[in-house]
Design a protein around this ligand. Structure first.
Ligand code: AP5
Ligand code: MG
Ligand code: ZN
Length: 215
């Protein structure tokens, strides 16, 4: 199964991709995570992407398209995958259509996670993750069972994303409105788009997505 999770920054794409990985055994392909790793490793790719990411702008289509084109050839993608944060422009969506066509596969579902802007800002401001295993948390909505200790790996160090500062978040929301929201009519016209209410609890959103996948 090939699935796209579409939604603004903080909507819960990463959170839901993780839940679906567990529920359905699909791999999560997050271009944001891949780019952050490249930046941390100071690779050529990371050096090229960093300025755009720090400003809350999109990285160039060429860069992200080539990352995904290479990644989906991996063996772990054979049974399908969840795209989290890709495509983000119409050019990326068209490139994806072509890649899948050449592989003889096709997109099963595009799921839009809808969340009000005020809520997005709260979610991003409270987000942190485990420095060791990358598990995602939130100051209010998803705290570790024991304060200061990661539920998954027992790690005690946590990090916050450098692009989660208020002014960068504003730029990311604007990039979503201007460059990514046009994908909604693009996929609606193809008949693959379904929307879920992302304002509900994490578990309720997962349930609603699983219902969509079952249809
Ligand atoms: P990326 O990493 O994709 O960031 P984003 O789209 O801004 O989305 P986020 O990761 O911030 O949010 P999310 O929807 O995953 O929410 P999460 O699950 O964490 O991209 C970063 C940058 O990389 C971009 O700005 C761009 O520069 C570049 N980039 C990446 N892909 C690109 C591409 N294709 N083309 C060009 N450039 C690209 O949830 C947020 C918080 O809320 C968490 O703390 C979570 O615990 C909590 N939460 C989640 N769901 C709920 C819920 N239902 N109720 C309560 N709390 C919840
Ligand atoms: Mg994410
Ligand atoms: Zn951890």
């Amino acid at each position: 199964m090939i699935l796209i999770l579409l939604g603004p920054p903080g909507a819960g794409k990463g959170t839901q991709a993780q839940a679906l990985m567990v529920a359905r055994g699909l791999v999560q392909l997050s271009t944001g995570d891949m780019l952050r790793k490249a930046v941390a490793a100071k690779s050529e790719l990371g050096l090229g992407a960093r300025a755009a990411m720090d400003a809350g702008d999109l990285v160039s289509d060429d860069i992200v398209i080539s990352i995904i084109a290479e990644r989906i050839e991996n063996k772990d993608c054979e049974r399908g995958f969840i795209l989290d944060g890709f495509p983000r422009t119409v050019a990326q969506a068209e490139a994806l259509d072509l890649m899948l066509e050449q592989k003889g596969s096709q997109l099963d579902h595009v799921i839009e996670i809808r969340v009000d802007e005020e809520e997005l800002v709260k979610r991003i401001a409270g987000r942190f993750s485990c420095a060791k295993c990358n598990e995602n948390y939130h100051d209010t909505f998803k705290r570790p069972a024991k304060d200061g200790v990661c539920d998954v790996c027992g790690g005690t160090e946590f990090t916050r994303r450098s692009d989660d500062r208020a002014e960068t978040v504003r730029a990311r929301l604007e990039a979503y409105r201007n460059q990514t929201a046009p994908l909604l009519p693009y996929y609606r016209a193809k008949g693959t788009l379904r929307s879920v209410d992302g304002m509900n609890s994490i578990e309720a959103v997962t349930e609603e997505i699983l219902e969509v996948l079952a249809t």
